[in-house]
Structures are given as structure tokens and as C-alpha cells.
Design a protein around this ligand. Structure first.
Ligand code: HEM
Length: 135
């Protein structure tokens, strides 16, 4: 198999028009950041050309994931790959830190749910005691 073509963020940044629109999508958890030429898909995108042009030439991974695109969307995405993103050491470190921060925020969300569940349980316990003692 031929080696995948590598592009730096600066290479991708040049492709940011409706006639030539590339995006970076992907991260460590989804098999790495890849480079996509979405020019031919702009007019077919159910979310519209505008949102893609806004992130043309840039890293659109977070936007793509936030929308919760379907498997169909992911299959379509795969058709447009032109290569992989070549990260500088500095960019690698930045991504690693961002990923760490994100997983930290997620577990923060989970412990918030645990606190709410516990509070509801304690509330119910006292409510029940009050009801029982007044019977
Ligand atoms: C090649 C890249 C992309 C492909 C193949 C793609 C494909 C699709 C598809 C098939 C849908 C319909 C819903 C679904 O099946 O999930 C959709 C919806 C949408 N996409 Fe994308 N998308 C891409 C990139 C993006 C990017 C980069 C953004 C945002 C910056 C975006 C924003 C949206 C939005 C907002 C919708 C919702 C439209 C609505 O429900 O009204 N998409 N996309």
C-alpha cells in the first residue's frame, strides 16, 4: 500500500475557498487527524456549504463531532480523504493537553451526576421519615 500523503496545518490552510475547500477531521481517539478535500461535497452537505466554508482550511474535528454526525456521514467523509495531518511536536503536545482537559471535564460531569443522585436520595430519606412519623 502506498504511504499516506502528509500535510501540515499550513498546507491545509491554503485550501479555504468554495472552489478548493479542505478540512482536518479526526483525533487520537478516532484513528488520527486526517485531511479531507470536501470541495465536491459542499453543495450536497445537509448542514449547508456555509458551515463547512467557515472551517475551510482548518481543524473541524470538534465541530464535526459536536453535531453527532451519523454513520452515513462518516462513510461519506471517508470518500474525501486526501492524506493525514502531519503535526509538529508543539502541535502534538497541544493536542495531548486538550484531550486530557476534555476527559477531565467529562469525569467532572459524571461526579456532578453522582452528587445530584446522592442529594435526591438523602432528600427522599428525610421526606419519608417525616411522612412516616406523622402517620
Ligand atoms: C466531509 C465532511 C462532512 C460530511 C460528510 C457531513 C455530512 C453530513 C450529513 C450526512 C448530515 C445529515 C445528518 C447526518 O447524517 O448526520 C450532516 C448534517 C450536519 N452537518 Fe455535516 N458533514 C460534514 C462536515 C461538517 C462540518 C465540518 C460541520 C460544521 C462545521 C457540519 C455541520 C453540520 C450540521 C450543523 C448538520 C445538521 C443539519 C441539520 O440537521 O439541519 N458538517 N452533515
Amino acid at each position: 500500500m502506498a504511504a499516506e500523503k502528509e500535510f501540515t496545518a499550513a498546507d491545509v490552510a491554503k485550501h479555504n475557498t468554495a472552489e478548493d475547500c479542505w478540512l482536518i477531521i479526526g483525533n487520537e481517539n478516532t484513528g488520527g487527524a486526517k485531511v479531507y478535500d470536501v470541495t465536491s461535497y459542499l453543495d450536497d452537505h445537509p448542514g449547508g456549504a456555509e458551515v463547512m466554508l467557515d472551517v475551510g482550511g482548518k481543524d473541524a474535528d470538534e465541530f464535526f463531532e459536536d453535531i453527532g454526525h451519523s454513520n452515513d456521514a462518516r462513510e461519506e467523509l471517508a470518500k474525501h480523504v486526501v492524506g493525514v495531518l502531519k503535526l509538529t511536536e508543539e502541535e502534538k503536545e497541544k493536542r495531548r493537553l486538550a484531550a486530557e482537559k476534555k476527559s477531565g471535564a467529562d469525569s467532572g460531569g459524571m461526579s456532578m451526576i453522582a452528587v445530584l443522585v446522592a442529594a435526591a436520595g438523602i432528600g427522599y430519606y428525610f421526606y419519608k421519615q417525616k411522612v412516616d412519623s406523622s402517620e
